[in-house]
Design a protein around this ligand. Sequence first.
Ligand code: PMP
Length: 364
Amino acid sequence: MERQTATFNANERVRPALVGFEPYDPAFSPCEVNLSANENTHPLPGEVQKALEQAMLSTPLNRYPDPLANELRDVLAAWHGVGRQNLMVGNGGDEVLFNLLFAFGGPGRSLVVAPPCFEEYKNFAKMCETSVVEVWRKEEDFSIDADALVSAAKDAALVMITSPNNPTGDLVEPALARRLLDETDALVLLDEAYVEFADTEASFVPWVHNNPRLMVLRTLSKAFALAGLRCGYLIAHETVVNVLAAIRQIYSEDVIAQAVACAAVKSRGKIEPVVRSIVSERDRLFEGLCAIPGAHVWPSSANFLLVRMADAARVRARLRDEFSVLVRDFSYAPGLSDCLRITVGTPAENERLLAALAAIVEGQ
Ligand code: PMP
């Protein structure tokens, strides 16, 4: 036994497909202003906050959750004009993404993505032994080469595209989604984690009715200011939903998450003005960032902006260490050299960021 303790190393026993994965580290540092994770930093109206707290406090914890979260599915279904059978919830959008790859990926199958995009698609695909085909966006404006994407998707089990895209902020063109559905046989996921910050007609949810291979991912983590709660959901054809229902972790959506999510979705009319004010702050922040000498800012339909500026990694470190402002550095990522992603904060947070950036750039 002693001998075994000295030589034991679990890494040698890991399933081959899972060797080399590292724990997710969002590189959070305690800062007074955190604009690094695309969260909603605005306070919710008091009335909504009270409704959420009430839901939390009145939920008994001694019973297991409803595994299919039917009450929440009904509330979401009523909002989106679909049926309960078209909806599956998960422990954040992340769990839904994982389950899609778990269910529809696997050895001999591939996922097509259009990077730079959310990196978890690729990680989850690898964990599920699904090969990944990357169709890189154009460097200047991050637009997608539609012909290349459609051609790659012809042999794929799944395509995952993001609208608005993280971290580039642009929307998927309806014509591209149309071509993916008409010219390929792949399952097509439109990830709409940030769509509430875009124009209302940007969502592909209405397409689900007539396009059984189209699936839309949504989350309460962004517009609804509930990133800590962990609730995401998929709107899709009922057979897709049934597959996911059968393979999911049975109790991954806990009772508190179900109850608070129901209350939040029912309060969405009162959350809407918060979303509108983030959108108008985004436009103000865009102007402010454009005014910084040497900065290039891409237009965004989400609650964040991508900025390219000289020495981005050093700028990010100075923002953090000298001004207690945290933003996300993407300068290490292919296609994103010298890029920072900045979440749209409250007016005071945005002012503080702009003043800090101006001070850093002036002093350089
Ligand atoms: N999709 C995209 C594009 C995201 O940026 C995120 C979160 N960063 C998610 C999905 C998952 O969000 P959550 O698990 O918090 O619902």
